[in-house]
Design a protein around this ligand. Structure first.
Ligand SMILES: Cc1cc2nc3c(=O)[nH]c(=O)nc-3n(C[C@H](O)[C@H](O)[C@H](O)COP(=O)(O)OP(=O)(O)OC[C@H]3O[C@@H](n4cnc5c(N)ncnc54)[C@H](O)[C@@H]3O)c2cc1C
Length: 416
């Protein structure tokens, strides 16, 4: 079913009785060419691009819960391509370009809003580091602007410029960055993949990956065994567990990250702002709620809920930069499970097992990567070789000493 202004008008005349389900609920076949494990943003976009770009449609996406129940429906919706290291810069810029045409592409309103992302800086060394990152972006053809306090005052008057504990010296802005309605991304890709013949199987947990003679041949699930010629893992916070099923140990730990939404208020902030002297970032949703988040909870967990000390820590970060929000009431908060890689960069690659492919290590920034991740993973699975854009996102980069470490903290990511 195509969505258009005309179809909305027509359905209005019919009392909205003619809308069809956005994807089928098919009875699974016992054998597929390709099985994608995980119906989050990355698994669904992979299936979509496998069908759209490579004409492969004998595909199942197996999701243990429901579409959108994982991080794709839990994140704070920020998209950007403001990275410094070339492999990340080019990969995330590809993602940004795909975001820019996404809604037309899959005929679904994902509310892509390029409202700008501003990273605040609060000291001379931090300004230098941000200027360097901005220059690297511009050299790669990506928009970046270094803002002084006066320019910032114009854009975000609600920040505390006069009495802040960490005085605001300026910000690095990417105007093409912004936000996207997160669960609409999952629904749009699911709808697009389904309409091309991909089977989306919900409530189907993968319990084991069968490997015979060094080759992945199928998966044991809560709904029985399914054979496949190729299997892609795209399960975000559960990546290390799924890889273990095939005997692979990954440099990934699972951690909780929380997000928060306040009660709805009148328009206060029309861009995305991140605090540079602590971990706090904020935007305002179309319903008026302030959406914000901060650091990881700091312990390994598979529980999708957070804890009170981190809540207090995040609120303190908010108060340090934007005290005007102090009297707001919190409406909701939740947690998601992050697949933290040791250099902060992802994996999109083949594994040592033939026919088994890996997509993971997204840390707390994988939402913005959703389109490019699916696009590159689809290429890797379909052609059995990486695209140049994901050629560096391999597991063996640690063994070979070619880590992609944006923060420059080496093998000790907890020392920042
Ligand atoms: C609070 C929070 C804020 C964030 N903010 C941002 C942000 O602003 N910008 C940004 O870029 N990123 C952000 N992220 C990170 C981003 O959401 C994730 O990196 C990204 O969504 C992960 O990819 P995914 O969508 O495929 O994951 P998911 O949606 O988690 O998909 C993985 C799926 O695999 C399924 N699964 C797991 N195990 C199995 C199994 N055994 N069998 C079958 N299915 C299985 C899960 O149920 C899940 O649906 C944030 C994350 C959180 C939690």
């Amino acid at each position: 079913m195509q969505y258009s202004a005309f179809s909305i008008f027509w359905q209005g005349l019919k009392g909205h009785t003619g809308w069809k389900p956005m994807w089928r609920d098919p009875e699974p076949r016992r054998e597929y060419d390709i099985i994608i494990i995980g119906g989050g943003g990355h698994g669904l976009s992979t299936a979509y691009y496998l069908a759209r770009e490579h004409g492969l449609t004998n595909i199942a996406v197996l999701e243990k819960g429901w579409i959108g129940s994982g991080n794709v429906g839990r994140n704070t919706t920020i998209i950007r391509s403001n990275y410094m290291l070339p492999p990340n810069t080019h990969f995330y810029e590809k993602s940004m370009q795909l975001w820019e045409g996404l809604e037309q592409d899959f005929n679904f309103n994902a509310m892509v809003s390029q409202r700008g992302v501003i990273n605040l800086f609060h000291s001379d060394p931090q300004r230098d580091a941000f200027a360097r990152r901005g220059n690297a972006m511009r050299l790669a053809g990506i928009d970046a602007e270094l803002l002084d306090p006066d320019q910032l005052r114009e854009l975000v008057p609600v920040l505390d410029f006069d009495n802040a504990r960490f005085p605001i010296q300026g910000g690095l802005m990417q105007r093409r960055g912004g936000t996207v309605r997160h669960d609409a991304v999952a629904w749009g890709y699911a709808r697009g993949a389904d309409s091309r013949g991909v089977d989306i199987i919900q409530n189907c947990e993968v319990m084991d990956i069968r490997v015979e003679g060094g080759r992945a041949v199928g998966v044991e699930t809560s709904r029985g065994y399914f054979a496949a010629k190729k299997i892609g893992i795209a399960v975000a916070g559960h990546t290390s567990r799924l890889a273990q099923m095939a005997g692979i140990e990954l440099p990934i730990e699972s951690h909780v990250l929380q997000a928060f939404v306040s009660e709805g208020i009148k328009p206060l902030i029309d861009t995305v702002v991140t605090f540079g002297a602590g971990h706090f970032y904020i935007s305002q949703s179309d319903k008026g709620g302030l959406v914000f988040g901060g650091d990881l909870d700091g312990y390994n967990s598979y529980a999708q809920r957070g804890n009170l000390p981190m809540m207090e820590h995040v609120m303190a970060g908010g108060m340090a930069v934007m005290p005007a929000i102090g009297r707001l009431r919190m409406l909701r908060h939740w947690g998601g499970i992050m697949d933290m890689s040791f250099d902060g960069s992802p994996f999109i690659c083949k594994t040592g097992i033939e026919g088994l492919y890996l997509n993971g290590g997204w840390c707390y920034g994988g939402f913005k990567a959703t389109p490019a991740s699916g696009w590159c993973f689809a290429h890797t699975i379909a052609r059995d070789e990486p695209h140049p854009l994901n050629a560096d996102f391999t597991i063996d980069r640690f063994e070979k000493g070619r880590m992609l470490d944006e923060k420059g903290v080496g093998p000790n990511p907890w020392i920042q």
